[in-house]
Design a protein around this ligand. Structure first.
Ligand SMILES: Nc1ncnc2c1ncn2[C@@H]1O[C@H](COP(=O)(O)OP(=O)(O)O)[C@@H](O)[C@H]1O
Ligand SMILES: O=C(O)C1=C[C@@H](OP(=O)(O)O)[C@@H](O)[C@H](O)C1
Ligand SMILES: [Mg+2]
Length: 174
């Protein structure tokens, strides 16, 4: 591969840091940052909770698959995906082929701590979001792992430390 791969894809559960780390990482690497959720919102003209309200999760997944299919035609980007992007086999294939997939991993408790004040994630709008995170982790951790070229545990370091670590590791790839 010789150094930093052309396209870098961040996957992981809600709160893993895909959007936050992705932005900083793209800047550091001189790549364009794209977030598939922002792209879906741009195309629809409404926010994600509204899409879930109007079309349900299935409707959202169809839009997400269509956006991912278009984004993997680009080049030299850092792509932050939505946490559920790995559910469809079609997306997993597209993402894995597109570039270097990094799974930002965190435990359900830390993910809950990071997201509990943010109301923009419809799947967490339940009486017991901590339980929801445990359930999502059980289903999705194997899916993220199945397409990842690299798995990073995000427990301790802050966003900047994490990005520094990632840049170093990417530069050392061969
Ligand atoms: N490694 C980290 N350490 C501490 N806080 C983090 C870390 N990664 C992300 N966060 C915080 O968690 C929240 C969710 O991050 P975000 O980038 O939106 O996650 P995602 O896009 O994966 O759902 C943000 O407030 C962000 O600052
Ligand atoms: O995990 C999921 O199914 C989702 C994650 C969200 O993105 P983040 O992972 O960036 O929070 C967003 O795509 C939507 O609310 C559904
Ligand atoms: Mg995000």
């Amino acid at each position: 591969m010789n150094g930093v791969p052309n396209n870098i894809i961040l996957v992981g559960l809600m709160g893993a840091g895909k959007t936050t780390v992705g932005k900083v990482l793209a800047k550091r690497l001189g790549k364009v940052f794209i977030d598939s959720d922002h792209e879906i919102e741009k195309r629809c003209g409404v926010k994600i909770p509204t899409i879930f309200e109007m079309e349900g999760e299935d409707g959202f997944r169809k839009r997400e698959a269509s956006v991912i299919k278009d984004l993997v035609a680009l080049d030299n980007i850092v792509l932050a995906t939505g946490g559920g992007s790995v559910l469809l086999p079609e997306n997993r294939e597209n993402l894995r082929e597109f570039g270097y997939v990094i799974y930002l991993r965190a435990n359900p408790h830390d993910l809950w701590l990071r997201t509990r004040h943010d109301k923009s994630r419809p799947l967490l709008n339940t009486p017991n979001p901590q339980k929801k995170f445990r359930e999502l982790f059980a289903i999705r951790d194997p899916l993220y792992t199945s397409i990842a070229h690299q798995i990073i545990d995000t427990g301790r370091p802050n966003v900047n430390q994490l990005t520094n670590q990632l840049v170093m590791q990417l530069e050392l790839l061969n």
